[in-house]
Ligand binder design. Sequence first.
Ligand code: UD1
Length: 422
Amino acid sequence: MDQFLITGSSRIAGEVTISGAKNAALPLLAAMILAETPTTLHNVPSLQDVRTLIELIGGMGINIQKQGDTVTCDTKSIDNFYAPYDLVKTMRASILVLGPLLARFGEAEVSLPGGCAIGSRPVDQHLKAFEAMGATITVENGYVIAQAPKGGKLLGCKFSFDMVTVGGTENVIMAAALAKGTTILGNCALEPEVVDLANMLVAMGAKISGIGTATMTIEGVERLHGCEYSVVPDRIETGSYLAGALMTRGDVLTKNTSALLLAPVLEKFEDMGAIITTGEDWIRAQMKGRPKSVDIRTQPHPGFPTDMQAQVMAIACLADGTSTFIENIFENRYMHVPELNRLGASIQVDGHTAVVKGVECFTAAPVMATDLRASMSLVMAVAAAEGESLIDRIYHIDRGYEHVEDKLRALGVNIERINSNN
Ligand code: UD1
């Protein structure tokens, strides 16, 4: 297993080009299954999760290729509608193939994703919506076996999600795009990645109104065609690198990104004392002194994103004053806390609340990455700490941050990948 050796304390400063969003690329890749003619997707990041989904889709007999940041997909030769446990277990987003398979081919057999490090994360809302569309769903030996009603087509329906779910909204709008009749979906997720998917579906011939609002109306069409589309920039990658500037009195310019996507995070960065300047496709964060404390409540978009909670907590560890965090999305998303405390932070967790008493500096220590975003908070924290730190289990970071060492080096971080098998 690879590890990172990071020698702090670096001032994180420089320019970094942001990749396409992992969380948009995954549903867009799944949506390619819906198209009867070839689809081309640009700005697709080279990440483990993307490779996993391409392998999963390729395993259905679909011709899907990635060259550079472009993926082309032709579904003509599809010969099975099956997503095996071995691939699905490594990535929960694999469940996103269920909606497209069921809608287009009338059947699908997809392994249940099971639990994951940041909570149990069920998919009951996805399945409930498919049932409302007339599908028969059974779970056998850990697999969801789904069958469309007689005639092979899902039926449009009125359905409201019990809670805001990003993946649920995505799965169901893909399915509704090819359903017979109109689907009215309530309590939809408003995340930019959901909007990106809806826009791509429209480019494929889908009829969707209310995009970017809580109620979407999808008028099912007979067939969808291929299109050429580009993935939105990764707002979480953007925020993660900008966070480095706040922790180290640094100066980071992120390019090929969008300030509009990151507004709730940029507001908090300003509250913490950063000078934020933005242009059409760039954001710069400059930090002159010690960060100020902050209060964060994670919420569905346009609230503060749970995927930035760990990185902002790492900044708050060094703040002048006490910060409070309330995690409202996932029940077990404070696994970075013991690791940050090993670096000298002072954080106490009580249920969903974490209270962070600011300290002057981090001290180097060996730490362990626990999930994707938590890993980045640790990278930034050890980059700010004086001395050498080893980060274990960095496969988490490879799932979601493209060319992470190159980008960190460009920002002045002294980082080396160590293959512990050598
Ligand atoms: C997506 C993102 C993830 C982000 C999360 C919340 C991708 C690939 N991942 O995950 O990075 O942290 O949104 O912004 O886009 N829930 C249920 N039943 C369901 C579905 C969800 O109870 O059927 C719960 C989950 O357990 C969780 C909450 O709803 O507590 C939100 O989950 P959801 O929005 O679905 O997250 P993901 O789509 O898995």
